[in-house]
Design a protein around this ligand. Structure first.
Ligand code: CTP
Length: 406
């Protein structure tokens, strides 16, 4: 591992696994990185700051208000200098604070101020790790783009056996390398590119109070917008109605009907390097919109539906240099059916998921997909949080985009 020119900020919180972080710091330094250690007050009870100072070759910061002798960098400049922030071990308390936006010590203020990727390595008792409060905090941070490692299972310091052990330094170092290779926003793999992402369902009105829609939550599309933005792209997100916060740094265009989504997508298509159609666009819309509320008659009611425009197919016919990425929801013959859609719609990548599975897909924070390319090659993601899947898709898009001129 060559980390020459990288600055790794290592945050240490108060857990017994802090002793393992000594080896990590030592290894990072030997790999050529400049290592800065920030400890919480509790961490200093487990390992003396002097140990980290000696191993990193740099002053160790742990008190926001005391300026150590050689400490010339305040939390903001330190946050800016970091190529990556690694927090190991991370306690439930630290994760809770970050998820709630609490910044009351040097470590939490630094993490809040950084734009570098943050890799969190939780280590705690199994009951704490599995506690829904911790899991909700973790899920919230993951959705915002923080990276988490899964703890090992084994003997815990409290005497229990279960999940919660901090992984071995070797595994953590591998993960550091992986996250660093994804690039950060300042020099992201999509910097200088415009990515148009669609998300969520569409809503096709029947009358002023009723509509036809579907179960899409928008989570996959929003994760793709976040991952594109993280990778340095200018992001335009055209979204149907969802219950999700606007992704930071993205231009958000809100639409309801398939027809409105079509119009919005065409408006931005010319400026886009890539369009990712993650929206679950309605295939049919009520043929006759009733201007006033339909009253019940007691008898049967028939609503005639007419087909909507297939936005992706239309883009496939119009495209010049743009890369087109579509999604396919299938319940059987997943690869074969998705491959057919890729060809028919003139796409570059189709992301297929098996919606017959209950543990992934619609509404879930997790997904499992197969990316299929024009040449017939495939990549399976494995089951993981949608933000990780989004990053894998973005990495493939970056590889396929033609070189920028100039
Ligand atoms: N799509 C679109 N416009 C539509 C319908 C779908 O752009 N009117 C896009 C979706 O955003 C997605 C892909 O096309 O990227 C899905 O293709 P589609 O053929 O609609 O897939 P399914 O809905 O899975 O099709 P089918 O019901 O025929 O299996």
């Amino acid at each position: 591992m060559n980390l020459e020119g990288k600055t790794i900020l290592v945050g240490v919180t108060g857990g017994i696994a802090a002793y393992k972080t000594c080896e990590i710091v030592s290894h990072l330094r030997r790999s050529g990185a400049s290592v800065r250690v920030v400890m919480t007050e509790a961490a200093t009870r487990f390992v003396a700051p002097l140990t980290f100072r000696t191993l990193s070759g740099n002053p160790v910061a742990y008190d926001m208000f005391v300026e150590p002798d050689e400490w010339d960098v305040r939390h903001v400049s330190l946050a800016k200098a970091a190529s990556l922030v690694l927090i190991a071990p991370a306690t439930a308390n630290l994760v809770g604070k970050l998820a709630s936006g609490i910044a009351d010590d040097l470590l939490t203020t630094t993490v809040m101020a950084t734009r570098a990727p943050v890799l969190i390595v939780p280590a705690m008792n199994e009951a704490m790790y599995l506690n829904p409060i911790f899991q909700a905090n973790k899920a919230k941070l993951e959705a915002l783009g923080y990276f988490f490692m899964t703890p090992d299972t084994g003997h815990l310091a409290c005497g229990d056996v279960g999940i919660g052990r901090m992984p071995d330094p070797d595994r953590i170092l591998q993960e550091v390398e992986k996250v660093l290779s994804m690039g950060d926003r300042k020099d992201g793999i999509l910097s200088g590119r415009t990515i148009l992402v669609t998300a969520g369902p569409t809503r096709e009105p029947i009358d002023p109070v009723r509509y036809i829609s579907n179960r899409s939550s928008g989570k996959m599309g929003y994760a793709l917008a976040n991952a594109s933005s993280e990778a340095g792209a200018r992001v335009i997100l055209v979204t149907g109605p969802v219950a999700l916060p606007d992704p930071p740094g993205c231009q958000v265009v809100k639409v309801e009907r398939a027809e409105e989504m079509h119009r919005a997508v065409l408006e931005y298509f010319g400026q886009s390097d890539c369009v990712v159609m993650a929206a679950a666009v309605a295939d049919y819309t009520p043929a006759d919109y009733a201007a006033s509320k339909i009253k019940k008659t007691g008898g049967e009611l028939t609503i005639r539906l007419s087909p909507t425009v297939d936005i992706l197919r239309d883009l496939g016919a119009r495209k010049k240099n743009q890369l087109l990425v579509g999604f396919a929801a299938e319940t059987e013959n997943v690869v074969e059916y998705a491959m057919r859609k890729l060809r028919e719609k003139n796409l570059d990548i189709i992301v297929a998921n098996d919606v017959s599975r209950r543990d992934s897909g619609f509404e879930s924070d997790f997904n499992e997909v197969i990316m299929i390319f024009r040449d017939g090659s495939t990549i399976s993601s494995g089951r993981m949080p949608k933000i990780y899947i989004a990053r894998q898709i973005i990495a493939e898009i970056a590889k396929l985009l033609p070189e920028k001129e100039g």
